[in-house]
Design a protein around this ligand. Structure first.
Ligand SMILES: Nc1nc2c(c(=O)[nH]1)N[C@H]1C(S)=C(S)[C@@H](COP(=O)(O)OP(=O)(O)OC[C@H]3O[C@@H](n4cnc5c(=O)[nH]c(N)nc54)[C@H](O)[C@@H]3O)O[C@H]1N2
Ligand SMILES: Nc1nc2c(c(=O)[nH]1)N[C@H]1C(S)=C(S)[C@@H](COP(=O)(O)OP(=O)(O)OC[C@H]3O[C@@H](n4cnc5c(=O)[nH]c(N)nc54)[C@H](O)[C@@H]3O)O[C@H]1N2
Ligand SMILES: [Mo]
Length: 756
């Protein structure tokens, strides 16, 4: 008789981290299904579960440490041991630190698929401020920084038991599905079937099709739209007067600023009728509680990013913060944020000052982290923001410049974990050229990504089924609320794979002296590390599987007093109020930047009419599609067979004018480059917009130059931009969402010979 066990895991195939029940027979997983006992996801899982077992032991998985033996990109490797790999890498890292300074080594960090604190811990100990080249710079962190500057924290989203109105602004949970947005909305609308729905999106998403108001705005004009809503809400006195009077700073200044954005003018900018703008603004301000969650689009639009997000933050504040079902900030408590495990205090001021891009773009780097953290420390007693965001944000444009020019100092080494910059950073041709200029590239991966193919060492990563998992201690709100939910490894790591914590611990052993390792890397396993993290919450890695922690959250806690100091909490900003006029931004820049405003995208029919002549269509790039996750699963049959090719949406009239039929392969081209995708005729996008998918490469192609998995072929980031002059002026955030493009049929490409 076989020995059957059931393991309770959390799926890390996306950020939703749903509970999964794994059936393990004689040490082999035979079935994966939603875990009905999971308090959060309650048995729900998405279609990605269908192919997780195929991926666990797929022929394209990395299983052993590899060292490059031929020229970079030649595809020639030698299998070595972890000990040898880490000893050799450690020696090289010590050499780079001695010769060029530890700041010459950077880190590539993708979307939060790991716990993140261990990479911060390693880099803070090593002495480099450059946790670089990551997705987070254009994802979530921009909103996090803006909201923290505005009201001392990022808005958590865990209290919405009731709603009068939901606004999906540049956010489509029907395809992006991240917790709590997607699962949470189902519950929200189930509780309040008459709740209003407003969608601000250039495409007709599943939610837009059912919305009370759909604002099909011109991509990148979000700043104007938010200012327009505030114009209506303030002039018609629909805002929460009591809250605004008692708890905001700079209202009169904001009132003046929004006068420049009457609905008629916003209609002209955004290409949306004025009546619809007014209708949406009134609905949002009067159907309370109204909930406006985070959405990626405004983080990723480049130039106007910071001010568009500031405008959104002010819009949230006008209807009141810390009320059930609205923007809610997790309250102060004694739970250690996981960011403390990064040990930001180990990085000296002089090394922090060297962070690439921080001189030109101080609003997304150490100068702003420090100011925001100082302000927060009155309310929160831990270095909350400081460490959390230092690991997330980094200026890809500045990194690229430093690699190319050696200024302000040389960049020589790159460590990448859980990230595929060839698919996900803007201007991929630049990524390719920059990687080739580096002396040392190390990748910890599930699979041979184009970056892995160009690496000196590739280390095999254990996936979520092969390691314990911890959810909720990371992120902006939860780490302060003290939510903790854990899962267990279903099986031990296959082959010689090691999990993310073990990777850094192994690398630390090769790099630092014994004393440092004993002191700072004493936990032998991930489980031991999680035990230490969860101890202050009175639980352990195993304990929180069956008994997760959820701290209660009082409403309007900003009116309460700190029991330790007796002081009123207020908000964690320099004035203790919600700063509609930002004193932090004013100190970092000038008076003009302290209030939100709209600025045209770096390329648009208005800002660059000459460019728009040659590239008349507006590209929006990378709207999510299920079940792909960025560049993942292109080699997994269970997924690829169902969704074999990249597509872009184009209006049938536009397509007809260009001689393009449904399903035809086309070139999408911008000033930077071009890529191939198949046309999907779709009347729901406007005739002037095309919406292309991101994340495409072809792992079935050779793993050596010139193919390198076909990173350049259908990759929309061949078309996006990373020129520092075109980035957000405050934060340096680059643009992965939009550009001016043209589209034409690709009759010249021998698809059959490439795609089979
Ligand atoms: N299936 C799948 N799910 C995912 C991911 C994935 O790769 N695949 N990635 C995960 C990650 S890391 C993230 S950050 C989230 C992001 O998830 P979302 O926040 O949902 O982001 P997107 O799908 O990129 O875009 C949301 C919507 O913004 C619209 N949009 C495009 N340009 C603009 C604009 O200029 N203004 C406005 N207002 N809207 C615009 C798009 O049409 C799209 O419908 O998804 C997560 N979930
Ligand atoms: N044009 C355009 N570009 C975009 C976007 C867009 O909307 N448009 N979205 C941007 C956004 S929001 C983000 S967050 C980034 C995402 O950027 P990335 O995070 O770089 O995206 P992925 O393709 O998911 O790459 C993750 C890699 O990590 C590996 N991996 C997954 N889990 C683990 C793990 O636990 N350990 C290790 N060692 N490896 C693991 C996977 O195999 C995969 O190769 O892309 C950005 N790029
Ligand atoms: Mo993201």
């Amino acid at each position: 008789m076989s020995n059957v066990e059931y393991k309770r895991a959390l799926c890390f195939a996306s950020h939703a981290n749903c509970g999964v029940r794994a059936t393990v027979e004689d040490g082999t997983i035979t079935k994966l299904e939603g875990d009905p006992e999971c308090t959060v996801s309650q048995g729900r899982v998405c279609e990605r579960m269908d192919f997780q077992l195929e991926w666990l032991d797929h022929p394209k998985r990395c299983n052993y440490p590899l060292k490059r033996v031929g020229a970079r990109g030649s595809g020639k490797w030698e299998r070595i041991t972890w000990d040898q790999a880490c000893a050799e890498i450690g020696e090289k890292l010590r050499y780079l630190a001695d010769e060029y300074g530890p700041e010459s080594v950077i880190f590539s960090h993708g979307t939060g698929r790991t716990d993140e604190w261990y990479e911060g811990r390693f880099f803070n100990l090593y002495g480099s401020p450059n946790l670089a080249m990551g997705g987070s710079e254009i994802c979530w962190c921009p909103t996090y920084t803006n909201e923290s500057a505005t009201y001392g924290q990022f808005a958590a989203a865990f209290t919405a038991a009731k709603t009068g109105c939901v606004v999906l602004w540049g956010h489509n949970p029907a395809q992006s599905g991240d917790f709590p947005e997607h699962w949470g909305y189902q519950d929200l609308f189930a509780n309040d079937p008459d709740a209003k729905l407003i969608v601000v999106d250039p495409r007709c998403t599943e939610y837009a099709a059912n919305a009370d108001v759909w604002l099909r705005l011109r991509p990148g004009t979000d700043g104007a739209m938010a200012m327009g809503w505030m114009n209506v809400i303030i002039n018609e006195e629909l805002y929460d007067k009591e809250f605004v009077e008692a708890w905001t700073y700079g209202f009169e200044d904001l009132k003046k600023a929004v006068q420049a954005y009457p609905p008629e003018k916003v209609a002209e900018i955004c290409w949306v009728p004025a009546e619809k703008i007014v209708k949406a603004a009134r609905m949002y301000a009067t159907c309370l509680p109204a909930y406006l969650p985070w959405g990626l689009a405004t983080d990723a639009i480049g130039r106007n990013q910071a001010q568009a997000n500031r405008a959104k933050a002010c819009l949230k504040a006008l209807i009141g913060i810390n009320k059930a079902g609205q923007t809610y900030l997790a309250p102060p408590n004694d739970v250690l944020p996981h960011a403390t495990f990064e040990m930001p205090e180990m990085l000296s001021k002089s090394q922090r000052d060297k962070q690439l891009g921080s001189d030109r773009f101080p609003f997304h780097s150490w100068p702003s982290y420090q100011m925001i953290s100082d302000a927060q420390s009155r309310v929160f007693h831990h270095p909350y923001f400081l460490s959390q965001n230092a690991t997330c944000a980094q200026n890809w444009c500045a990194v690229s410049e430093a690699i190319r020019t050696g200024k302000p100092y040389p960049v020589k080494g790159l460590i990448a974990q859980a990230s595929n910059p060839f698919s996900n950073l803007s201007n991929t041709q630049d990524v390719y050229e920059c990687v080739k200029l580096l002396d040392l590239v190390i990748t910890h991966e599930y699979t041979m990504t184009p970056l892995a193919m160009l690496s000196d060492y590739v280390l095999p990563a254990a996936g979520w089924l092969e390691r314990p998992q911890l959810w909720g201690v990371g992120g902006g709100g939860p780490c302060i609320t003290g939510v903790a939910l854990t899962g267990e490894a279903a099986v031990p790591p296959l082959y010689e794979r090691r999990d993310n914590y073990e990777f850094w611990r192994s690398l630390a052993e090769g790099t630092f002296d014994e004393e440092t390792c004993e002191k700072y890397w004493s936990w032998q396993t991930t489980e031991e590390a999680y035990d230490a993290m969860l101890e202050p919450q009175g639980t352990s890695a195993r304990g929180a599987i069956t008994d997760p922690v959820f701290n209660p959250s009082p409403e309007e806690w900003h009116k309460m007093s700190d029991p330790k100091t007796g002081q009123l909490y207020g908000f964690g900003t320099p004035t203790g109020k919600v700063e509609l006029r930002s004193t932090i931004i004013e100190d970092l820049f000038d008076e003009k930047e302290a209030l939100p405003y709209y600025e045209e995208p770096f390329e648009s029919p208005i800002s660059t009419p000459d460019v728009a002549e040659a590239f008349p269509l507006i590209l929006t790039a990378g709207s999510r599609v299920m079940p792909y996750y960025h560049s993942e699963y292109r080699q997994v049959n269970g997924c690829r067979d169902r969704y074999p090719e990249p597509h872009f949406q184009i209006h049938p009239e536009t397509a007809a004018n260009l001689g393009i039929g449904d399903g035809m392969w086309c070139w999408i081209e911008t000033r930077r480059g071009r890529c191939l995708q198949k046309a999907k005729l779709d009347a729901s996008v406007s005739p002037y917009t095309v919406a292309a998918q991101h994340g495409w490469w072809f792992p079935e192609l050779p793993e050596s130059e010139p193919w390198l998995g076909g990173w350049f072929m259908s990759n929309i980031n061949m078309c996006t931009d990373n020129d520092p002059d075109n980035c957000c002026r405050l934060s340096g955030v680059y643009n992965v969402k939009l550009a001016q493009c043209n589209v034409h049929r690709a009759d010249d490409v021998p698809f059959r010979s490439i795609f089979g």
